[in-house]
Design a protein around this ligand. Sequence first.
Ligand code: 4AD
Ligand code: MG
Length: 447
Amino acid sequence: MAEYISVSKISNYVEKEVTIKGWVYNRTDKGKLVFLLIRDGSGFVQCVAFKGDLEPEVFDRLVRLPQESSVIITGVVREDKRAPGIPGGFEVGVKQIEIVQEAGLDYPMSLKDHGPDFALDNRHLWIRMQSQWAILRIRATVMAATREWLDNNGFAEMSTPILTPAAAEGTTTLFETEYFDEGKAYLAQTGQLYNEANIFAFGKVYCFGPTFRAEKSKTRRHLTEFWMLEPEIAFCDLDGLMEVEEQMLTHIIQRVLRDRMPELKSLGRDISKLEKIVGPFPRISYDDAAKMIVELREKETDPEKKALLAFEWGMDFGAPHETAITNQFETPVFVYGYPSAVKAFYMEPWPDRPEVCKSVDLLAPEGYGEICGGSERMSDPEKLLARIRKEKLPEDAFKWYLELRKYGSVPHSGFGMGTERVTSWICGIEHIREAIAFPRTIKRVYP
Ligand code: 4AD
Ligand code: MG
């Protein structure tokens, strides 16, 4: 009996008879030959059926076989440099084909280009398309590599709650729900606060789960539901945090380059740009980044772009500012020491400069901008309480959080990495909504 294989492993089976289970992605008829591009979930491979090798009824069905029909094919693997596929360069000479189901002829996601709304309405089918499949395969590897690095470096994975009693990342992006007799609950904007409790039990932890922001803005880098990875580390300052970020990110990129080269190539990604992503990454202060923006604005000749770069000290960076900064570098760059006023309540103030905090954003090149945001956390209970009051956050909901500062408080730091932001950048895609299987945005909860 032929061995059942995954297309991704096909290079190990040259001249061997194998069985592939999958779907018809494309079909081309050439008289006595039918070329089927078959996808099996792990890759795409060309299968060639010759009329003389098959029963006449079977060959007749093949000639009319619609896109997306499910099939089980047995045949011999040949090396052929010209054969399309992922990985390309191999084809299967069909000896036997079982048609599991002949797909309906009205399949909506034909292989032509579709408008974004049509594609998104058909996301349940769109994910079968080569480009979308490649992006989501890369996303899975990003997540696996992230966990791999953290697990190998002494971090324990914790699951933090999704239903939470208060805001942690600003009150304007909360999803609210009734919670029995307890009043309101909110979908988690972050797991960080709970991880700050977890580090006092486990030292180094991370959570990796869905995160919710009722983002009112429609941008190409915001989702309302995204997957955030959040490490948190006891006895760690801002420099220590940046080291963790650059080591972890370097590992993610290396692993994607090792395991997902065919997918990257199929997306047309410029691999040489990714190969340069090796830490350490440049570290610049907010003050210096602000000066850089002012200088770049002066040099800018396009009036529209110049207007977008309007800036003064104290402002948060918008996408145009981040792009201007990151265009100066080939690797991601750390910007640290933002004004406290534009950052979350929990960030440790800079010594002798309380208007600035020990925050750090990691900005990706090629216009992708912020992929990670983090900080050293405020460890003094009085200062923290003052800030919670200043932000008018519900003190009761933070009672437990303040207690963490009472029993063995230590300097500690952590960051959050947006899975879809990192995936978009690695894939070189235009819009974050393609970096998650079923995107949620201000305008979309279907399918
Ligand atoms: O900078 P943010 O808001 O930081 C936090 O939530 C911290 N509590 C993290 C921490 O220190 N543990 O979010 C972190 C990252 C951003 O850099 C971005 O990559 C991603 O999460 N992110 C989003 N991704 C997609 N859509 C959105 N609406 C996002 N908001 C944040
Ligand atoms: Mg941020």
